[in-house]
Design a protein around this ligand. Sequence first.
Ligand code: ATP
Length: 244
Amino acid sequence: MTAAAPSAVTLTDVSRRYGSGSAAVTALDGASWSAPTGAVTAVLGPNGAGKTTAVECAVGLRRPDAGSVTVLGVDPATAGAEHRARVGVMLQSGGLPNGTRPLRLLEHLAHLYADPADVGETARRLGIHDFARTTVRRLSGGQKQRLALAAALLGRPDVLFLDEPAAGLDPHGRLDVWDIVEEQRDRGVTVVVTTHSFEEAERLADHLVIMSAGRTVAAGPPAEVTRDAPLENVYFGLTRKGRA
Ligand SMILES: Nc1ncnc2c1ncn2[C@@H]1O[C@H](COP(=O)(O)OP(=O)(O)OP(=O)(O)O)[C@@H](O)[C@H]1O
């Protein structure tokens, strides 16, 4: 048996609610999972399971109400700029400034890092030159996603969080994303990908996490989680009863 790889990302008993009183929503309800260093971890779970909230806690955008999160050995909520430069993030909400053009934005972002990835090459890998003259406001959903992924890669991160990076992309775009995830992993980057795609999880994941209703219902190497059953079946078996 090989020793388990150390974890670059660890969530321990993390709880997080939104709102208060009768309107409160429990997004994370004691979730625990980790992402092994230099591997791809796929986080699956139904809509509202808490995947995005977990990622937002891991990148320091939200603080847990209870429990702890560690990324590269530190608490992301209080970590400084040096830590943040080591973490790349692509969120579903994008957060791209509307008035700018793709290459100008990437060049601006690249200046924020001491040793950025090459802007032209990153843009080429993601087909961004095809829409380089269009302002962000006018980009299609898939084009915005490609740009957001490029932005996440620019700092040559050690840990990369990708929240549904291939959702809504055309088949070429999906393949580009998968190739990039595999390239990053081959470079030793720890990649955490949230997804609704069994195909994506099966293709990419060295480690699987299944969440349901704010909790972790399965985690481990794919073979351990599925025990040779189709991932789909395992997923439905674990998450169906968690649904309203
Ligand atoms: N900013 C917010 N304010 C209030 N409730 C929120 C907020 N963000 C998320 N929630 C709620 O928290 C729960 C978990 O949401 P989250 O986005 O983390 O789930 P998810 O697993 O990423 O879902 P999806 O697959 O739909 O992206 C949901 O019930 C959601 O409605």
